[in-house]
Design a protein around this ligand. Sequence first.
Ligand code: UDP
Ligand code: MG
Length: 136
Amino acid sequence: MSNLEQTLSIIKPDAVERNLDNEIKEMFKNKGFTILKEKKIQIEKSEAERFYKVHETKPFYDDLCTYLSSGPIVVMILEKNSAVLENRALMGSTNPTEAEEGTIRKKYGISIDKNSVHGSDSIENAKIEIDFFFKD
Ligand code: UDP
Ligand code: MG
């Protein structure tokens, strides 16, 4: 049974700054993800605000948008069976101190805000987020 999905992954500024992007990409590949497209970019704060609009009422929204636009990021389209859930599992909990062994956030995350990676949380949001960064 094939259930091929695509999801959006972002390697966040704290990880790119520490040159962890290749190691993190290896973790995806080792778990069977194909990286269909990728680019290293830096976004404006206004773009981060649009990307994280679902969080606009949260107390951490402004800091989050400042942070995501603070340095280069690597955005990727990942493909795998059940890619959305599989990516969330590989990422680990939002707070690295609560993340399971073997997850990206456990291994590399610094704090709940500098947690090294973003991943889409549903198939619907994956489509929206892939379009956000890769619509031609
Ligand atoms: N975040 C934060 N403080 C919090 C909760 C979240 O700084 O108390 C940041 C964190 O970088 C997180 C992002 O906001 O990755 C989006 O939050 P979400 O709850 O969607 O977590 P995720 O889906 O990234 O696990
Ligand atoms: Mg989220």
